[in-house]
Design a protein around this ligand. Structure first.
Ligand code: GUN
Length: 283
């Protein structure tokens, strides 16, 4: 059996059309949802990501401001920019692109963002809200993965989900979101022994490691749902995920491609969070 694809581009188009409609409704009330994106330094991947985020805002009728600073920008200067944006009523979401240069304490910068504008969902207040089931912004990548599962009508209750990766941005929040839907969740990571023994038990596998071929066909239960968060390059320089797509698609029931899977969904959920921030601010 060949797995069915979960098309992140198609789902993104649907969700972004809804964002555009809601943004238009806010605009009719005199409020344009606004996102500020801050990039410090010249990380080439980050430059592409922020460009895509800004373009996505424009395409959905959201206002965005891109602030670029050179690698020598100080932590104090960055904190001051965040404070100014916290107080700016035209800005509903603030995103500081990571990674930041080594001389800047990223966590300190994240904690400086007002939780009401924390559209990345990285603030400890947002993380705490997710952990306790209170309302708050959810990190965009795992939120997008949940929307992909929802799009296929997958019933998570009682299912075994294995998350590979334990980052604050993806693995940990992913596990909490799956748990909130009553899945039985296992988190695997670099120190996990016999990863395959875990993944073979899984009804849902989320691979979020950042390494090619972490998940191969022999590690997947027939019919499982496989979500690939990875963004890597293969020997030929081609974009690929953490999953050996060609092999795993022959075993899995559902699979997300790379590119065209989780990537566009991450940006889509950023738009959704920014819109919601604006709607909350509008009352
Ligand atoms: N770097 C990699 N992914 C992300 C993300 O989702 N948000 C931010 N701010 N930086 C990132």
């Amino acid at each position: 059996m060949t797995a069915q694809l979960i098309d992140g581009n198609a789902l993104s188009r649907q969700l972004r059309a809804q964002v555009a409609q809601r943004a238009a409704a806010l605009k009719a009330r005199g409020i344009t949802p606004g996102l500020a994106v801050i990039l410090v330094g010249d990380n080439p991947a980050s430059q592409v990501y922020v460009r895509n985020k800004v373009k996505a805002c424009a395409d959905s009728g959201l206002h965005s401001v891109l602030e670029k600073y050179d690698a020598g920008f100080s932590e104090a200067e960055l904190l001051a920019r965040v404070q100014t944006l916290n107080a700016d009523p035209r800005i509903h979401g603030i995103l500081v692109q990571l990674p930041l240069p080594a001389h800047i304490d990223a966590q300190k910068v994240i904690e400086a963002i007002s939780p009401a504008k924390d559209v990345d969902g990285f603030h400890i207040a947002s993380a705490g809200a997710l952990m306790t089931g209170l309302p708050g912004f959810k990190p965009c990548t795992p939120y997008g993965c949940m929307k992909m599962l929802e799009s296929i009508g997958y019933p998570l209750r009682g299912k075994h989900a294995v998350v590979i990766g334990r980052s604050n941005i993806v693995g940990k929040p992913m596990a909490l979101m799956l748990l909130a839907q009553d899945a039985t969740v296992t988190i695997c990571h670099s120190a996990t022994q016999n990863l395959k023994a875990h993944t073979l038990q899984a009804d849902v596998i989320v691979a979020a490691v950042g390494k090619r071929k972490v998940l191969t066909a022999d590690m997947v239960k027939p019919g499982a749902v496989v979500i690939d968060v990875g963004m890597n390059r293969d020997e030929a320089g081609k974009l690929c995920g953490d999953v050996d797509f060609a092999g795993v698609r022959e075993v899995a029931g559902w699979i997300t491609p790379v590119p065209g899977g989780v990537g566009p969904m991450t940006i889509t959920m950023l738009l959704v969070n920014t819109l919601e921030a604006a709607e909350r601010a509008a009352g």
